[in-house]
Ligand binder design. Structure first.
Ligand SMILES: Cc1cc2nc3c(=O)[nH]c(=O)nc-3n(C[C@H](O)[C@H](O)[C@H](O)COP(=O)(O)OP(=O)(O)OC[C@H]3O[C@@H](n4cnc5c(N)ncnc54)[C@H](O)[C@@H]3O)c2cc1C
Length: 510
């Protein structure tokens, strides 16, 4: 294959023109181009907005074209798993991205994992989540955080990652195989949307079941079965399972499980986190600022960062999305964001977070969970319900409080509250400086925005320490995975972590 870069199209030009541009670039005739596909597409909105493409082209006698500018050879890496003959059935606890992809990869190698997931399958989980969104009735075992697909199931399903690894493409190929659009492989900041990712995850689960994985939904890990500090199995609330391998991908909200493991002696350290709130703006304001009048159909996004001793940054932006209640514990408020595949709500939202160091936590490896709990409970006490706290950004900056300039998309409604009384004075100062700075980047950011919060679950406050073999440093056979173990933040990085662990296990068994 040839990789051809720097092919440019005007915003309103049809992608079918690409073929002609490839033929021109290589100086070949139609019948000499055997095949082509888009490899990457990016928007350059600096002046006159254009799309830039990289394409893969299949031609005879590729060498003839390698001297041309912006033409190079492309070889897809062979990522096929080695086939293993072993009776070992690895246990996977938690069926979020890290659990899904470790299971997928293990099965490719011929190992048939046993998967324990405390939440429900998606169709039942959706009913629980809707009940919470509509009536504020929370099921602590089945919610936005817990259930088939893990925390990203009710999300924008953004697939952004800065990690360079051939398995990034492998993950995207899996999503495509089970129903995602081809373009997630080449458009920048691709997203799938909550409606589509749900279907894709259900398809993957059915496939894994057909291939021999054994699932136990609505079953929760309680403790590890250990012998001489080695895993020999696990005990759940319903059963015992025996295996020398346990991949633990329980996500950042599994405090109860992490505490049990800590009490069993698993080595855990506290980790820096971030807290904050969601900002919401009319999507039209963001579009106007980001694409400067170009006729672009997709809802546009932003990435903002204010550098100071404690950085403040935007996180998990959901263009055309909703702010959602993401609690998994009674009487605690947690906000997050979600979009449908069309990203067609009239509002953009994003978390704005300030860094929090472990020094600010109560002492002990699990102090970060206490720190977060305090904020989540405080919000619930103020609102006396699962209504989120909210105020206008301009009021927050002026220490005043007036009715919201528009109603938040948060489905349970909001309680008007001055966030100056919520965060500590130091963090308030950083947030205010950052908001003023962001207003210089996106005109109207202050005047036309509201704050909704708190946002507390953007990163996990612990790390389960592991060695180069990806095993816990003091509990052999335990493979901590993904966000809840401190090794990922987001769908792609956690999926990748699951694959890396599976690859290690496969390599050790071969
Ligand atoms: C609302 C929301 C929106 C998000 N949006 C995005 C986005 O657009 N893009 C992105 O990249 N990331 C997003 N994220 C983050 C992303 O979802 C997570 O980083 C990712 O899901 C973490 O994967 P994981 O496998 O480590 O854990 P999780 O996905 O958290 O999965 C852990 C699973 O373990 C289960 N579990 C917990 N304890 C036990 C136990 N004791 N026994 C058995 N099972 C247990 C849970 O039920 C859960 O299903 C979002 C998160 C949320 C909450």
């Amino acid at each position: 294959m040839l990789l051809i870069s720097e092919i440019k199209l005007k915003i309103d030009e049809d992608e079918s023109i690409l073929k002609k541009l490839i033929l021109n670039k290589l100086h070949i005739k139609d019948n000499e181009l055997l095949n082509y596909q888009i490899y990457k597409k990016s928007l350059d909105a600096r002046k006159d907005a254009i799309y830039k493409y990289q394409v893969l082209a299949q031609v005879k006698d590729e060498k003839k074209y390698l001297h041309l500018k912006n033409v190079s050879k492309y070889e897809k890496p062979n990522l096929e798993a080695i086939k293993i003959k072993s009776d070992i059935r690895p246990i996977i606890v938690g069926y979020g991205p890290s659990g899904i992809f470790s299971a997928y990869r293990l099965l490719e190698a011929g190992l048939k994992p046993i998967i324990i997931e405390k939440g429900k399958r998606i169709n039942d989980r959706v009913k629980d989540v809707e009940l919470f969104f509509e009536k504020g009735i929370l099921n602590p075992d089945s919610n936005v955080q817990f259930g088939e697909g893990g925390a990203g199931t009710f999300s924008d399903a953004k697939l952004t990652t800065r990690i360079k690894d051939p398995f990034v493409e492998y993950i995207l190929d899996v999503f495509i195989k089970f129903g995602a659009k081809e373009n997630i492989k080449y458009i920048p900041h691709a997203h799938i949307g909550t409606d589509e990712i749900r279907k894709i995850i259900m398809n993957i689960t059915d496939y894994l079941i057909n291939k021999g994985a054994k699932f136990h939904f609505e079953e929760e890990l309680e403790e590890l079965l250990l012998e001489n500090k080695k895993v020999i199995g696990i005990k759940t609330n319903k059963n015992k399972y025996y295996s020398s391998i346990c991949i633990l991908g329980v996500g950042h909200s599994a405090y109860k499980t992490i505490k049990n493991l800590y009490l069993q002696g698993v080595d855990i350290s506290p980790k820096d986190i971030a807290i904050g709130f969601r900002v919401e703006h009319p999507q039209s304001l963001i579009d106007k600022n980001q694409i400067k009048g170009a006729d672009i159909k997709e809802a546009s996004e932003y990435f903002l960062r204010y550098k100071d001793e404690k950085a403040v940054y935007s996180f998990c932006m959901c263009p055309g999305g909703l702010v959602i209640p993401a609690s998994s514990d009674f009487n605690r408020i947690v906000t997050n964001g979600m979009s449908y595949s069309k990203r067609d709500s009239k509002y953009a939202n994003s978390a704005l977070l300030v860094q929090v160091s472990t020094k600010e936590f109560p002492s002990g490896p699990l102090g970060g969970y206490e720190y977060l709990k305090e904020y989540e409970e405080k919000a619930y006490k103020i609102s006396d319900s699962y209504k989120a706290l909210a105020c206008n950004i301009k009021d927050y900056l002026n220490n005043s409080l007036t009715p919201l300039i528009f109603e938040s998309t948060y489905p349970l409604g909001t309680a008007l509250y001055d966030f100056n009384n919520f965060f500590n004075p130091v963090d308030n100062e950083y947030f205010k400086k950052a908001l003023r700075y962001f207003d210089t980047k996106i005109e109207g950011f202050i005047e036309q925005g509201i704050m909704v919060g708190p946002e507390t679950r953007s990163s996990c406050p612990i790390r389960i320490n592991r060695d180069l073999n990806f095993e816990s440093i003091n509990t052999k056979g335990l493979y901590p995975a993904g966000e809840g173990a401190g090794y990922g933040g987001g769908i792609m990085s956690c999926s990748l972590d699951g694959i890396r662990i599976a690859n290690k296990i496969i390599g050790n068994l071969k």
